[in-house]
Design a protein around this ligand. Structure first.
Ligand code: SF4
Ligand code: SF4
Length: 394
């Protein structure tokens, strides 16, 4: 049975938050002493530069309480986050996080420093370029904000981990995985890599800010703040999201990362398999929480942006080089898109069909000769320009 602490918490006061967090950790068998001498990555949801009361970001006082718990327990907290479209410095300034990290002496990981995590799991995507800070951490504390989402129906613990991918690189993943089903699957590929892909596994703790959530057209400024009054804690991100969805009366079946996460054995996605500690679901009276009108059905990019033609313009394509290739065909064996076929004529290298290629880059990871390089898409300069403009001082 997965364990999820569900606690009533009505305000963002330091005293109340810390008391509830201690209770929540203890109820699932975790004592703060686990942080002693450990490097602890703290990952809030800083989607964009909006004030805390808009309920788009994890409340800054929620973040502060976790930092204080880690510090007072002898651990070293490091904040890691990378907003998709705005610079981290701008977002931290507007949300009040810059003041908190200064007051608490919390290090902020450079969002531009990344490293590759490869995990040969059951998913389609096995290779992720993620915040480098993650690789040096012992423990990861994930702080999702509970929100509705026009593509994935909800954004919770599983979705918040997507923020470990650097800035605009997130958009490229949206080009690869365009529907709720595809994108939720991709999120689970990432989740599987995080929990199984590190040589020395890291401990993941998810603490959800559902004190004030976001309903309607989330996850950004078009959504409406909605008081829920809950704080949830678990080591199982799928189970935590499952409880959160049903806490506010949304439909579990539409939260595809919950359903698929259970099917893939990555967590408990049904209440029968979850031991809820603290409060009962019935203690909460949120019965008319409003989902996004799309009900998780809006692809992020619409035609023509969601075509293979556009994908070829905006994403790097893998290209084998003749000089190094030994025709071992390990790339063909691992390719989930069946995009690689045997060399024909005198080309001397495998044939890549870039129309079929889903840009997972598993072939690059597996190639023993480093014979595959990346050729830039013709429109990638547009992303580079946007990247240059936003800057990042960390
Ligand atoms: S894995 Fe590398 S060396 Fe082997 S066939 Fe593919 S490109 Fe060539
Ligand atoms: S050819 Fe494309 S789909 Fe196949 S392994 Fe390489 S990147 Fe992935």
């Amino acid at each position: 049975m997965a364990k999820v602490s569900l606690l009533q918490c009505k305000e963002y006061s330091a005293f109340m938050l810390k008391e509830k967090m201690f209770q929540g950790l203890s109820a699932i068998g975790l004592e703060p002493s686990i942080f002693r001498g450990k490097k602890v990555i703290i990952k809030p949801n800083l989607l964009n530069a909006s004030a805390a009361e808009k309920a788009v970001v994890t409340h800054p006082e929620f973040f502060r309480s976790v930092v204080q718990i880690v510090k007072s327990s002898g651990g070293t907290p490091v904040m890691a986050e990378s907003p998709a479209f705005q610079s981290l410095s701008k977002v931290m300034n507007r949300t009040g996080y810059d003041r908190i990290v200064a007051e608490e002496g919390c290090e902020v990981a450079d969002p531009k420093a990344t490293a590759v995590l490869f995990c040969d799991g059951q998913g389609k995507y096995k290779r992720f370029e993620l915040s480098k800070a993650l690789f040096d951490a012992d423990i990861v504390i994930n702080l999702p904000k509970f929100k509705t989402h026009s593509l994935t129906y909800i954004t919770g613990a599983v979705k918040n981990l997507f923020g470990f991918i650097y800035g605009l690189n997130k958009s490229q993943w949206h080009v690869r995985a365009r529907t709720n089903e595809e994108f939720s699957s991709l999120l689970l590929d990432l989740y599987e890599s995080l929990i199984k892909g590190f040589e020395k596994p890291k401990q993941f703790i998810h603490i959800m800010d559902a004190i004030v959530g976001l309903e309607g057209e989330g996850p950004g400024a078009s959504g409406r703040p909605r008081r829920i009054g809950a704080l949830l804690v678990s080591e199982d991100a799928v189970a935590l999201d499952c409880v959160a969805v049903q806490l506010v009366g949304l439909q579990r079946n539409k939260a595809r990362s919950v359903v698929l996460g259970e099917e893939r054995g990555l967590g408990a996605g049904s209440l029968e398999r979850i031991d809820i500690r603290g409060s009962m679901l019935d203690d909460f009276q949120v019965r008319d929480y409003v989902p996004s009108k799309s009900n998780g059905g809006h692809p992020v990019y619409r035609w023509p942006l969601n075509t293979n033609f556009f994908r070829n313009l905006i994403l790097e394509k893998p290209v084998p080089t003749r000089e190094r290739c030994t025709l071992c065909y390990q790339c063909k064996a691992i390719c989930p898109g069946r995009a690689i076929s045997e060399s024909q004529g005198d080309t001397g290298v495998p044939l890549y069909n870039h129309e079929k290629c889903i840009r997972c880059y598993c072939c690059m990871e597996i190639c023993p000769e480093s014979a595959i390089s990346l050729k830039r898409g013709k429109l990638q300069w547009v992303l580079d320009l946007t990247e240059k403009r936003r800057g990042d001082r960390f």
